[in-house]
Ligand binder design. Structure first.
Ligand code: PLP
Length: 399
């Protein structure tokens, strides 16, 4: 039986066994409610605060500026809705990009229905946000700019310090969705210059359902969840102590291992990219050649459909994705690829490989071995492939 090869780490990662071990005592042994006063519960409270300092450390900030959430989606909602409502006396304009995750895009769409105006900034062919367009979009009604740190589909890393500079000059809050960045590239909030930053545990070997929002001191923000006075009255609800402890441990491990792992992943990713480009014709590599997450490879294979390739890869024991996990299953081509200017018929043939800790050279070589025959078979079946003379089988110009 062939080894199962998991190449979808941007969708989620396995929880590190060291993280699981750190979490374990907080389920059934030290299960106290951290808000309770007795000593037994204070053990949980202390563990939670130690985890907060570890999360703060990976962002080079203070523990008081970290609020725990149920993940990246909640952190994004909290940042965007929280700033929008707390600052609505000042203005009702928000700026974001066309390539954000749906956690940001759909939050902005919802706010539009509540009377806010949102500008969606375009990107270049590599997925880098257009800074001139962004600068021109800022008005005296702009209260928030939200642009992601690294894109989940193509891996492009955005010019966050430059955007922060523009935001600061105009006295506008700046949030970044760093869910795909934390634990993979440096995320010092002072070097980045952001006021708010979202992160999520399960994207870098932590548990699912836990994340955090960095909120710079003196940021005017409303709470999202109302109830008890948890998290210094910023996020109500009894804290997910095992998850929070796990997130702290995840950050600690990532700080130690991130750099070495990124080097290893880059080499593996480049091997995969080269192997595919050399063995399959008519392939487009998406995302920025250099400013890209080390483990991400997004390609479009012309004249075939991404979903069919995924099913065939799955049959071979290889898990990858076509666009983001959330859009898989929908027939719409990826909004990110369309924003990069890729024609819809090409975007339909997209595949995303996102590499991680367990992947080896052998895994990569197996993909390079099985993918070309899959593409050949699918192209032979497709009415849009090339004929024997190299012309298009179904050429609209000829008909
Ligand atoms: N933002 C980005 C860029 C993501 O990739 C994801 C996850 O797919 C999210 C936000 C949502 O995070 P979570 O799954 O923790 O809610």
């Amino acid at each position: 039986m062939e080894k199962f090869i998991y190449l979808d780490h941007n969708a989620t990662t396995p929880t590190d066994p060291r993280v699981v071990a750190a979490m374990k005592p907080y389920f059934s042994e030290w299960y106290g409610n951290p808000s309770s006063v007795y000593k037994f519960a204070q053990k949980a409270q202390k563990a939670k605060e130690l985890a907060r300092s570890k999360v703060a450390k990976i962002l080079n900030t203070k523990p008081e500026e970290i609020v725990f959430t149920s993940g990246g989606t909640e952190a994004d909602n909290f940042a965007i809705k929280g700033v929008a409502y707390a600052n609505k006396e000042k203005g009702n304009h928000i700026i974001t990009s066309k390539i954000e995750h749906h956690a940001v895009l759909n939050t902005c769409k919802w706010l539009e229905k509540q009377g806010f105006n949102v500008t969606y900034i375009g990107v270049d062919k590599y997925g880098i946000v257009d800074l001139d367009e962004l600068k021109d979009a800022i008005t005296d009604k702009t209260i928030l700019i939200t642009v992601m740190h690294a894109n989940n589909e193509v891996g492009t890393i955005e010019p966050i310090p430059e955007i922060a500079k523009l935001a600061k000059e105009k006295n506008v809050y700046f949030h970044t969705d760093a869910v795909q960045a934390v634990g993979k590239i440096p995320t010092d909030v002072n070097e980045l210059g952001v006021d708010l930053l979202s992160l999520s545990g399960h994207k870098f070997y932590g548990p699912k359902g836990v994340g955090a929002l960095f909120i710079r001191k003196r940021t005017k923000i409303d709470g999202l969840l109302h109830g008890g006075r948890h998290e210094r009255n910023r996020r109500a609800g009894t804290e997910n102590v095992p998850g929070i402890v796990g997130l702290g441990k995840t950050c600690e491990i990532a700080m130690e291992e991130r750099e070495e792992e990124a080097k290893r992943l880059r080499a593996l990713r480049d091997r995969l990219e080269k192997g595919i480009a050399e063995n399959i014709e008519d392939v487009v590599i998406n995302g920025h050649p250099g400013k890209r997450l080390a483990g991400t490879l997004n390609i479009c294979i012309k004249y075939v459909e991404g979903e069919s390739m995924l099913l065939n890869l799955d049959y071979e024991g290889i898990a990858a994705s076509s666009g983001s996990a959330c859009t898989s299953g929908s027939l719409e081509p990826s909004h990110v690829l369309l924003a990069l200017g890729i024609p819809p018929e090409v975007a339909h043939g997209s595949l995303r490989f996102s590499l991680g800790r367990d992947n080896t050279d052998e895994d990569i070589d197996r993909v390079i071995e099985v993918l070309p025959p899959i593409v050949k078979k699918l192209r032979a079946m497709s009415p849009f492939g090339k004929d024997r003379e190299g012309g298009l089988k179904w050429d609209t110009q000829k008909r």
